[in-house]
Design a protein. Structure first.
Lengths: 142, 142, 142, 142
């Protein structure tokens, strides 16, 4: 089960060539991850960072930019967890607009204690939420 | 009649002191102006820039930052046109969240031909839309 | 005595109309203030924020955008303190490139304790540094 | 032969956790590519985009974030071309500061005609410049 949220390509996102300047895609991606935590996993970034002192820095990122996006485009951003480790989580992310995939990204986040700056095990509530989004295991053949 | 739209303070907007880094307020402000043009004046930025070759650069800006905003805050951004010239327009803009005014800005936009890079008279449709939002003239005393 | 530093207009700063998107001027302005603190006032932002727990948020900003800047332009940013209060400081800032003034800004910074989030008196070393840049008082008539 | 340029971690780059917000690394990376084109390949981005109508969008990006960077850090960004195709170019990019590698990226750029929005063969001068930076071919065994 994946999570989908929306973004709109703003004037601030677009370069002199008239298309999204790619670092701005990653700001949108980060907003989508914020939405996922708040709306699907049940913990907003403010509470997580300021009260629980937990951050989720990105440690690995692979992106293919498949088609450009232009000013005003409405984009659907879909987040699907792929793998869940003790302290990390791999996500597949897709941006699409008007039925055209704009980019595909593979992202690895790590659950980090903001005081010690070290990875920690996912808190139970986050672990449960992420697990709910994982692909169903392939059933063993009978 | 003013126009109101919303913004959410994102991780990308917040500085090491935990509050909005002020240049990011102006990105939100520009998004609000985009929303105003599209939803209230009836011309979206893409059409205006790419088909009509008209831009609306900011030529003057005054801002008072009255209270800080934090990660996750939902802000109402209200735009009220104050004065309409042949080629320019003065706006009062307010950001508020949780009943607290965060900033007040006075902005002057100019209607610019993107080819000649010179100010031009507002097209009729924009002029009419902006006029609709102007404060009512003070009635003369009887 | 004013302080001057340089900025270069980067691809990331430029909008679809080919000129600097104005919120990006304020990122450059903030970088110039960082340079001023480090190179002229003798305290870098890292030390000031993380060791002294002092921030210098902008509480007031007035800007006139006089001429556009384009990709690749080299800009001289000049900072001149105008007035020094117990907890605040007013600056005049000018961006110029190729002998043409691009913008003029009047900025008011406040010295803030990052723990209490309240204004505090400028530390002696900052006060002395800012004073050195203030315009000479007008001599009283004989 | 690789090309190295420098960046400084600015207040604008740093998140509430006190470290670089990763989309900002890609703005720095793009600035480094601008420097490489101007200082090493002999064509600045302004001339390339506005006169030659050529852009170099990123079509593929892989990044490992190995160590965080903090406010004030001076980073060396090293660009080494790895492979040169007819219309594309693969780069290895490394950010390092204080002897510690902060991130490693593999980037594929494409040479694009900004009018047709289609890939075109690298112009001779760019091709020659990029070739100069390619790793020496492995000599065949005798």
């Amino acid at each position: 089960m994946s999570f989908t949220t929306r973004a709109q390509v703003r004037f601030a996102d677009v370069d002199p060539a008239g298309i999204v300047f790619y670092p701005r895609y990653f700001e949108m991606l980060n907003c989508a991850v914020e939405d996922w935590f708040e709306q699907d996993l049940g913990v907003d970034f403010k509470t997580m960072h300021l009260e629980h002192h937990i951050g989720v820095p990105t440690v690995r990122l692979e992106t293919e930019f498949l088609a450009p996006s232009s000013l005003g485009d409405r984009l659907d951003i879909t987040i699907a967890p792929r793998q869940l480790g003790r302290t990390s989580c791999a996500l597949s992310i897709e941006f699409a607009g008007n039925g055209v995939t704009r980019l595909r990204a593979q992202v690895v986040l790590v659950c980090m204690d903001l005081h010690s700056k070290r990875p920690i095990a996912w808190p139970e509530t986050l672990r449960t939420g992420i697990e709910r989004g994982l692909p169903a295991p392939i059933a063993p053949a009978a």
